[in-house]
Write a protein that binds this ligand. Structure first.
Ligand SMILES: [Zn+2]
Ligand SMILES: [Zn+2]
Length: 391
């Protein structure tokens, strides 16, 4: 399998990177010495001070997005529909057709539920935020890049991936340059590697660590829904042979509910499965497809740099690639000597904490000044403008 070439190109003539051994953008969990232990003396774990908008269960072993109501609806619909099928249709079908029907349905049901739970409760590939010292180092490094011009330094970095230039954006919340294919989920407030989308139906982001489970979930759910739908139709047809259809419906009223649920859900589930099959075959994410990031239209300049140019290799790379460990170490203990302040949310905002929009407007203002010739002349003036714009 082809290896991705990932070489960083220093923009312009950069100053020396941060003094720490890690490259700019490398991150670790922000922990607070003050939070290391509760008043009772119990050592606290990292999930208890996790800065993102997630909920943790079972001592941090399981995690979900904060609003998980739709996930419970998904789980409820699958369990109720399958439960009705096992209770009202399976006994008749096993007696009059074959025992294979309840066995196949049971295997599909357990597969669907296990894939759903793996997707929902897994860390989707969250990148830990930079610690205050790492963020300060990076800010210093970025600041040094802008010393030769009046404009604030651009918050992007270019890397080469498979001979294609890819731009990395700076995340103002996580205080780091997002690695390739990483995006910040506005619902969970985390940067997620190989971010696909935030799925309220599974109550979690879909990313690098849970995409294969998500794909297996929607694919197996398509089969389960179609299987139940076909079996219920068969059940009603067999029952109505001796009498009329209304009498058959009266004998098994739950079948109507199953038919309605399956009929209305099967189209969207089939559509979603087809769409994600196309994404897997092209090694794309939903995020990239919706943004049209690699809409090449035949031009090699913007072709998807992650594609292995073969459907089979792309499928293997996405679905059978290595299992990546979680980087947020949510069960780890907070170290007492791990450094200063608390979570990034409670930090005194540095100039990097402004939103992209405010940064863009600030850049626009700065450019205007330069063009009109009313821009800051001296280094002190330049610093003052930067201070006013970003603090
Ligand atoms: Zn982020
Ligand atoms: Zn999310």
């Amino acid at each position: 399998m082809k290896e991705c070439e990932y070489r960083q190109i220093p923009p312009g003539t950069p100053a020396a990177p941060p003094s720490s051994a890690e490259p700019p953008g490398a991150v670790s969990v922000a922990v607070a010495a003050a939070n290391a232990a509760t008043p009772a003396g119990r050592q606290r774990r990292k999930w208890e001070v996790f800065p993102g908008r997630n909920r943790f269960y079972c001592g941090g072993r399981l995690m979900l997005a904060r609003h998980s109501g739709v996930f419970l609806l998904t789980l409820g619909l699958i369990v109720v529909t399958s439960g009705l099928f096992f209770a009202f249709d399976c006994p008749f079908l096993a007696r009059n057709l074959t025992l294979a029907i309840p066995i196949i349905a049971a295997i599909l049901f357990f597969f669907v539920i296990s894939c759903l739970l793996q997707t929902s409760f897994r860390d989707p590939g969250i990148l830990p935020r930079a610690t205050p010292s790492e963020a300060a180092d990076l800010e210093k490094w970025i600041d040094n890049l802008g010393t030769s011009t009046y404009r604030p330094p651009a918050r992007t970095m270019e890397v080469v991936i498979n001979k294609y230039m890819v731009k990395l954006k700076y995340c103002y919340t996580c205080k780091m340059f997002r690695p390739p294919r990483t995006s910040h989920c506005s619902v969970c407030d985390n940067c997620v590697e190989r971010f696909d989308h935030h799925c309220p139906w599974v109550g979690n982001c879909v990313g690098k660590r849970n995409y294969r489970y998500f794909y297996a979930f929607i694919l197996s759910l398509s089969f389960l829904t179609a299987f139940i739908f076909a079996c219920v139709i068969t059940h009603l047809t067999l029952r109505s042979q001796g009498s009329d259809f209304i009498t058959a419906l009266k004998a098994t009223p739950a079948s109507i509910l199953e038919l309605v649920i399956c009929f209305f859900s099967v189209w969207s589930i089939f559509g979603l499965s087809g769409f994600h099959t196309y994404l897997v075959a092209s090694n794309l994410t939903t995020n990239e497809d919706l943004k049209g990031a690699w809409s090449s239209k035949g031009s090699s300049e913007f072709a998807n740099p992650y594609s292995h140019k073969s459907i089979l290799t792309n499928c293997c790379a996405v679905l059978c690639g290595p299992f990546y460990p979680s980087l947020i170490d949510r069960r780890g203990f907070i170290e007492a000597d791990a450094g200063t302040p608390s979570t990034p949310k409670s930090e005194i905002p540095s100039f990097g904490t402004k939103s992209d929009a405010s940064m863009n407007s600030a850049l626009a203002v700065s450019t205007e000044n330069d063009v009109s010739g009313r821009g800051p002349r001296s280094r002190t003036e330049k610093k003052e403008v930067a201070r006013r714009l970003y603090t």
